[in-house]
Ligand binder design. Structure first.
Ligand code: 2AM
Ligand code: CA
Length: 264
């Protein structure tokens, strides 16, 4: 299944590169006012679902664009283009993200960022890889030496509770913050040590399922804001592990501030 996953995700990546050549002609619709879906998202998901159903007809599939396809013990979780806004704007920070669960546990993952020429893969218990070479999280331990990424799905999703209070607390104490636009890429960049962590609110399981295994297999930590797994993917914190507790402390402080303000 690992080889099959690599083959289909590379083909899907090539499809997005072909769409990218004619971006101006692409049919782009609004799911909600800021939430885009392009013709490419739908075509890539249909392509992947078709190949999986043909090869593994008894497997379940959950895709961002087509929802649930029921099945047995195995379930494929697909985000055909994670970072649709980046993709539609011709930026390279988007990815195809695929995770395979067995009995509810992710056992295989791949994130392909074709415009960056990077394929991240992991198998539970066997490490994480970038273009076939092993990867590991960074060893930085201080927030002042750390770069983190975030995103604002909460704002696009019209959530009344947003990421901004946490952002305001973290920006001054981190070395810097990045906003690449693909949660899957953010988790993989943390996994390969290019930055120390990523946090976001209001994501969906298909945004983070593959990246979470890749980060875990690269030695990192993935949890909700309390250090557990109860709120995933609503609260996402993925780090190199060394800064995890410190970031959680800052987030708890930011959330307390909001509570106090709402009581004033
Ligand atoms: P997408 O491009 O597949 O929508 C960036 O902030 C991250 O948030 C991306 O992984 C993006 O995935 C996701 N995202 C943005 N808006 C979202 C929404 N309304 N619901 C869930 N995920 C969203
Ligand atoms: Ca997504």
């Amino acid at each position: 299944m690992e080889q099959f996953l690599k083959e289909i995700i590379l083909e899907a990546g090539q499809m997005t590169l072909d769409f990218r050549v004619r971006l101006g002609e692409l049919n782009v619709k609004h799911k909600m006012d800021k939430d885009l879906v392009s013709e490419a998202d739908v075509a890539v998901e249909n392509f992947l679902v078709g190949l999986i159903q043909k090869r593994y007809p008894d497997h379940a599939i959950f895709g961002e664009e087509s929802g649930q396809h029921t099945g047995g013990e195995y379930r494929w979780i697909i985000d055909p283009i994670d970072g649709t806004t980046s993709f539609v704007h011709g930026q390279p920070y988007y990815s195809i993200s695929i995770a395979l669960e067995q009995a509810g546990k992710t056992i295989l993952a791949a994130v392909n960022a074709p415009a960056l020429g990077e394929l991240f893969t992991a198998r539970l218990g066997y490490g994480a890889y970038l273009n076939g070479s092993p990867i590991h999280v960074s060893s930085r331990t201080q927030l002042s030496d750390s770069v983190m990424a975030t995103g604002f799905a909460c704002i696009r999703g019209h959530s009344s509770f947003t990421n901004l209070p946490i952002f305001n607390q973290l920006v001054p104490i981190l070395r810097d913050v990045r906003r690449y636009g693909s949660a899957a890429v953010d988790l993989c960049y943390t996994a390969c040590g290019r930055m120390e962590g990523f946090w976001e609110l209001n994501l969906k399981i298909y945004d983070v399922a593959a990246g979470a295994l890749i980060l875990h297999e690269a030695g990192g930590r993935f949890s909700d804001f309390s250090g557990g797994t109860g709120q995933l993917s609503h609260e996402v914190l993925g780090t190199n592990g060394h800064i995890h507790e410190q970031v959680m402390d800052v987030i708890v402080r930011a959330l307390k501030d909001i509570d106090h303000k709402s009581q004033d």
